[in-house]
Ligand binder design. Structure first.
Ligand code: DQA
Length: 155
């Protein structure tokens, strides 16, 4: 596929996800964030995406990164916001401005854990939601985003 045909996909990770590899492996797996990003970048390339990665432990930094994507454009966003998923209306308001398909991914089965993890304040903005499938959940989300991009639709 020609380089100019690649679609730009931003892989966004929120709070504590830089600690993958040190967090409970039974819940989050053994991959480090760098390994996960490399895996998503490779699988994304196979599907025609140029993948850019960003992680932060600062909510405002994530909001500002999303503002940048709103200004500069992105074809798709795959986000695992970590705990912000469950309560960050600021994140939600920022994502609402993204005019591209959004995938919400969680390594763990959030709906089968503590009650508070069952709430996602971004759920209705997501074209695709995957949880409890570990790193392969990201592959599933990428495939769904590729379809959404091919259909030319935003979430
Ligand atoms: C998580 C689930 C969240 O509840 C948690 O706060 C995380 C990671 C996941 O990938 O399973 O930090 O988003």
């Amino acid at each position: 596929m020609a380089a100019d045909a690649l679609k730009l996909l931003w892989l966004l990770h929120g709070v504590n996800l830089d600690m993958l590899g040190r967090r409970d492996a039974a819940v989050y797996g053994t991959l480090t964030l760098a390994e996960l990003e490399a895996r998503v970048t490779a699988e994304g390339a196979r599907l025609g995406f140029a993948v850019r990665c960003f992680q932060t432990n600062h909510e405002g930094a994530l909001v500002e990164k999303i503002h940048e994507l709103v200004r500069e454009g992105a074809d798709a966003v795959l986000i695992n916001p970590g705990a912000w998923t469950h309560y960050s209306y600021a994140l939600r308001d920022a994502l609402e401005m993204i005019g591209a398909p959004i995938a919400e991914v969680h390594l763990s089965a959030v709906e089968e854990r503590e009650e508070w993890r069952r709430t996602s304040v971004i759920a209705d903005l997501a074209a695709v939601r995957v949880s409890g499938k570990g790193a392969s959940g990201y592959d599933e989300a990428l495939a769904a985003l590729a379809v959404a991009c091919a259909e030319g639709g935003a979430a």
